[in-house]
Design a protein around this ligand. Sequence first.
Ligand SMILES: Cc1ncc(C[n+]2csc(CCOP(=O)(O)OP(=O)(O)O)c2C)c(N)n1
Ligand SMILES: [Mg+2]
Length: 316
Amino acid sequence: MHSKDTISRLYRSVLRIRRFEEVAADIYPSDKIKSPVHLAIGQEQVSVGVCDVLEDGDWVGGSYRSHAMHLAKGGTMNGLMAEMFGKETGCCRGKGGSMHIIDVGAGVMGSSAVVGTQIPMATGYALAAKAAGRGRVVAVFFGDGASEEGCFYESLNFAALRKLPILFVCENNGYAIHEPLAKRRARPEGICAVAEALGVPATRIDDGDIFAIRDGAAKAVAAMRAGQGPVLMEACVYRWRQHVGPDEDYGAGYRERVEAEPWMAADQVAKLAALMAPGQCDAIKAEIEAEVAASVRFAEESPIPAPQELFSHVFA
Ligand SMILES: Cc1ncc(C[n+]2csc(CCOP(=O)(O)OP(=O)(O)O)c2C)c(N)n1
Ligand SMILES: [Mg+2]
C-alpha cells in the first residue's frame, strides 16, 4: 500500500509531464518549437517512478526522448519550454532543443540523440560518484533499441566489475522507430538475461505499473547506496504517438491501434486519479494547467539568443 502523499505526488508528476507534452504537441505545427520532438506520452511513469526515489545530488541521463526525465528530476517547465522554443531562457540557453537537455542544477547530466551514448557517459558519472564517496547514484534511461548497441554491453560489464552505483533503466516500448523487438532479437524477452550474464542483477516490470517501477527503483537505489553495484530495470511500456513528431501514427503500416488499446486502458494517469479524492485531483489539474500556460507565455516572451551566445559554453 502506498500513502496518500505518495499517490498524489506521483499523480502530479505524471500529469504534469502528460500535459506539458500534449500542449507542446498542439503548438508544434506552428513551428514555434525549433527542434524535433520525441514524445513520451504513455511512458511517463518510468521517469516519474524512478526519479521519485532519487535525491537532489543524484544524476540522471537519457535519450532524445527525455522531457519526462527532466521534469520528473526537478527541471522547471519554464526552462524546458523555452529550450524547445530555442530561447535564451531555456535550460541550455536555447542551444540544446528538445533532444539535448542538460540541467546541471536539477541533476540532469544530459540527453543524447545518438542512440545509446548516454549509457557510457552515465557510467562515467557513476564512476565519479563512487570516487567521491558521498553515496550519490546515477539513473540512466534508454530504449530497447539502445540495448542493442555495443556500448550497452561495455558499460554494463564495466559497471558490474567496478560495482558502480548506476541504475540502468531500459524503457522497453517494443519498437526502435518502426522495427519491433521480434524482428531485432532472437530472444525478444532476453534483455534482463543479458544483464545478468554480465553480472548486473535485473528485474522486468511487464505491465508499466508505476508502483512496481517506483518500488523496484527504491530497492535498487538502496542497494546501490549501500555499495552493492549496478542494477538493470526493464520497464515495458507503450509509445502512444509517433516515434518523432506530435501525432499518432496507427495508419503508418507498422502497428495497429488495437495493440495500443490495452496500454491506453491501463493509463497510469487515470489509474492514479482513481485512487484520489476528486476534489484533490481537480486542484492539482488546475495548478498544472496554470503552470503549462505560464511556461508557454514565458517561452513566447523570452528573447532569442544574441549572436555572440554562439561562442559561450563551447569548448572550441
Ligand atoms: C547510433 C544511432 N543509430 C541510429 C540512430 C537512428 N535512430 C534514432 S532513434 C532510433 C530508435 C531507438 O529506439 P529505442 O532505443 O528503442 O528508443 P525509443 O525511440 O523507442 O524511445 C534510431 C535507430 C541514431 N540516432 N543513433
Ligand atoms: Mg524503443
